[in-house]
Design a protein around this ligand. Sequence first.
Ligand SMILES: Nc1ncnc2c1ncn2[C@@H]1O[C@H](COP(=O)(O)OP(=O)(O)OP(=O)(O)O)[C@@H](O)[C@H]1O
Length: 370
Amino acid sequence: MNSDDFSELRLEGVSRAFGKSAALADLTLTVKRGEFVALLGPSGSGKSTALNCIAGLLPLTAGTISLDDRRVDHLAPEQRGFGMVFQNYALFPHLTVRGNIAFGLKMRKVPRAEITRRVDAALALVQLSAHADKQPGQLSGGQQQRVAIARAVVVEPPVVLMDEPLSNLDAKLRHEMRAEVRRLHQELGLTTIYVTHDQEEALSLADRLVVLSDGRVQQIGTPEEVYLRPINSFVADFMGYRNLLSMTAHGVDGADHLLLRGDGIELTAVRNDESVLDGPVTVAMRPDDLVVGQSGGNQFSAVVTSIEYQGRDFEVQAVATSGAALFLRTPERLIVDQSISIGISPERLMVYPATKKSTPAAPVPEHEAV
Ligand SMILES: Nc1ncnc2c1ncn2[C@@H]1O[C@H](COP(=O)(O)OP(=O)(O)OP(=O)(O)O)[C@@H](O)[C@H]1O
């Protein structure tokens, strides 16, 4: 089986329970050949369970997995032939770099000359030709992870599954390897499913994100869609909309903006089809969208409570006259106890039906979420 053999990987209603608790419930997702999909969510949200179900390491309790119209969920992992890259590299310590990369080809009884050719090409691709005869213990973490990636892709699997492959690396290396993973994905025309809890990593790598919470899909969309239009307050919170205010919606004004009030703050938001027009809501705002000074949009007052220097700008905490704690970022040097006016454009306010912050919303069918 090689990557030209299919046009899409289809998951329908994929579920996995441990005893009575559902680690993954009803995951429906179609991954097109050549796509890079990130499974994103906090710890315990079901990302690894989903990946292990796809790999064949965990049997499903419900649902189906198919490559086009061929069911694969009853096949053993080696019969599915998906490439796997794990957080802990899982290299064979007694084999050289070359031996590790050649392993899968030898298992598949590929002729020796072809093994040499393909391993050389894979070594060049991950820029490890000079280290081919070393053992994994003689390599850095980043180099070991590159061996693991080369080992997974050298057999030209239809799908490559990666479970937090960069999380053991330091911040700088993680950044470099991120570009490397994306480059390999593109150069080799891979189809990649990538598990991470790091929003930035998911946003920068993937063509589409699947955001999970408590085993359920919350949103499926492009990085732009998920970042700019989170579908519920859980996704908003997870994507960095750190300011979540409890307010009340009071209908629309003459400009068809939604009117919001709460504890002495009045705001207007661009309404959309799903807007709750009346009643309790959660209003989400990103720190970067709050502007210190007059902005021409919504304005309200606050007092600075703490300032943290972050290099390019400052992360400021403030408290609104309503008592609500706020996070904002600004290049301006403010001082603690300073009174400021904060602005935010009506387009950058996300308004959701009021929920308890940690309560996951109902699952969203893929066709509605995309
Ligand atoms: N073998 C198991 N037995 C029982 N429960 C399990 C098992 N594996 C996972 N779970 C539970 O299933 C849920 C989802 O776990 P999973 O490992 O898929 O989450 P995750 O999003 O990958 O988390 P992390 O980022 O921490 O790895 C968790 O509540 C976890 O405790």
